[in-house]
Design a binder for this molecule. Structure first.
Ligand code: MSP
Length: 479
């Protein structure tokens, strides 16, 4: 099915100030479904994820538990990696921004390009820095003197920094977003950023910080030509999308995969991706990503689930009890990607029972029990065409809709059994009964195929069951 197309997809790189929670799992699962879909249609696909490590947040967390930052980082990185393995995330690379070989040369090469374009200048600056956001905020962002997202007061900072001349690109960028050259999904987020540019314009951004005396060596990328300054963490972090492809050191992957086909991000980091990042790329004369998929947030008790707010649901608990496929199922189908959604253990259990254990799991067992009893074998379809509405949903990043389309076929097949009663038909008209059962098994096979991006293990088990004409083991066992 190969069509020689490429697809480069990235997740945000996460702050490793604590172990991952459902919110992180969410972004990564959505990205993985997209990557697996593109592999299914034959695209040469690259999925990148990783950690955003050169941050004050992380240093604070490490010290709070009496650890050295770099040691603390290694611990968190391995927890993230384990989560990816458990969730069956098919990332091709896991980039860490403390990686001096993989990340730093590219970040410094990009910085140099901005310098060459005359877009970096020095200025002294004072402002309020929110460590939670790792960004400067203004008085009007605060409620009772505190950042409402992090419930902490920002630090007053007065320092000399290098600035990036983002203002220079505001109009050009506006046009690229308005014309969908940089296509922002959904439309509401596109409108949000356009109206932000119209109302407030784009200010130049502080792009470096003085190196902190208490930061260990190895943390913070030195500004080329000025060791007393390290790159501002967002400048450092955003560049991961190209450094991971070897930008500035070994261009092979970069040539093949850049520009990104999509950056998957949460709505909380839209401005960084829809303004600063494309501004940097324009300054460096590099192509812009083709699209941003901006998803909503997972809430807990009505607020963004976050370690800083202390309202996290640990993905590990659900993984242990229900398994990875159930967690992937819930996140990909029952959280609407472009809105915020609350995740509760109760709703998780409800959809697990209704749609997996008693739904798909039961259906596969019924169909394959019939097939195993009445057929010698099932001729599996050689080429399974994807339903056009499923393809369209994936192209618009409407992952839950693509999933719904397949689940409506699960339901239809269920109803077909109830209505046609093949177990009775085989007694009165054996040939007609066998034909019906074979058709059902083939439909089950197709469903398995369509489930590949979402539930890779289940998809394989279903297809294998039909191929070998054997009832599968329980698909969704619970511990
Ligand atoms: N390190 C930056 C991103 C740099 S990208 C060049 C950052 N990290 S983060 O760990 O705070 O969050 C990154 C992303 O994780 C969010 O944009 C979002 O995609 C995901 N989520 C973190 N908490 C989330 C929820 N509660 N709900 C859904 N996704 C959330 O920002």
């Amino acid at each position: 099915m190969s069509n020689e197309k490429k697809f480069y997809i990235t997740t945000p790189i996460f702050y490793p100030n604590a172990k991952p929670h459902m919110g992180h799992a969410y972004t990564v699962v959505l990205s993985d479904c997209l990557a697996r879909y593109h592999r299914l249609v034959g695209d040469s696909t690259y999925l990148l994820s990783g950690l955003d490590e050169n941050t004050q947040k992380m240093v604070n967390s490490a010290r709070a538990v009496g650890k050295e930052p770099l040691e603390f980082l290694d611990g968190i990185a391995s927890i993230f990696k384990n989560l990816y393995t458990e969730l069956d995330i098919s990332n091709d690379q896991f980039i860490r921004t403390t990686d001096r070989k993989a990340h730093w040369p590219g970040a410094q090469a990009l910085w140099q390009k901005l310098v060459d374009s005359g877009d970096i200048y020095k200025k002294s600056y004072e402002g309020l820095y929110c460590v939670g956001h790792e960004a400067f905020v203004t008085e009007k962002d605060l409620v009772d003197g505190k950042c409402p997202d992090h419930a902490t007061a920002p630090e007053f900072v007065k320092e000399e920094n290098y600035f990036f001349r983002l203002s220079r690109y505001a109009q050009q960028l506006r046009e690229k977003i308005a014309s969908d050259e940089l296509h922002i999904f959904p439309q509401s987020r596109k409108n949000e950023i356009l109206s932000f540019i119209d109302k407030e314009g784009l200010d130049d951004v502080s792009f470096s910080r003085p190196r902190k005396a208490d930061w260990p060596k190895g943390l913070g990328i030195p500004v080329p030509g000025d060791d007393s300054q390290v790159m501002y963490v967002w400048c450092d972090a955003l560049s991961n999308y190209i450094t991971a492809l070897g930008y500035g050191r070994n261009d092979e992957l970069f040539k093949t995969f850049w520009p990104a086909d999509v950056h998957v991000i949460g709505k909380d980091i839209l401005r960084f991706h829809a303004a600063i990042w494309p501004g940097m790329l324009m300054s460096a004369g590099l192509p812009l990503p083709k699209s941003l998929m901006v998803h909503g947030l997972i809430l807990s008790g009505g607020k963004k689930m976050s370690k800083t707010l202390g309202n996290v649901i640990d993905s590990q608990d659900l993984l242990t009890e229900y398994g990875a496929e159930a967690v992937r199922y819930y996140l990909a189908r029952h959280v609407t990607p472009f809105e915020d959604g609350d995740v509760t253990p109760e709703s998780f259990k409800e959809v697990y029972n209704a749609n997996l254990a008693n739904g798909l799991g039961n259906l596969a067992a019924r169909v394959m029990k019939l097939a195993e009893t009445h057929l010698e074998k099932v001729d599996v379809p050689e080429l399974v065409e994807l339903p056009p509405e499923y393809v369209e949903a994936f192209e618009k990043f409407e992952i839950n809709r693509a999933f719904d389309i397949i689940f409506s076929r699960v339901q239809a097949l269920d109803q077909m059994i109830t209505q046609t009663e093949p177990f009775k038909l085989v007694k009165t008209d054996l040939e007609a009964g066998k034909k019906l059962i074979a058709d059902m098994a083939k439909e089950l096979y197709r469903i398995g195929h369509f489930l590949t991006p979402f539930l890779p293990k289940t998809a394989e088990k279903i297809k294998e069951a039909v191929r070998t004409n054997k009832k599968p083991e329980t698909l969704f066992p619970r511990k």
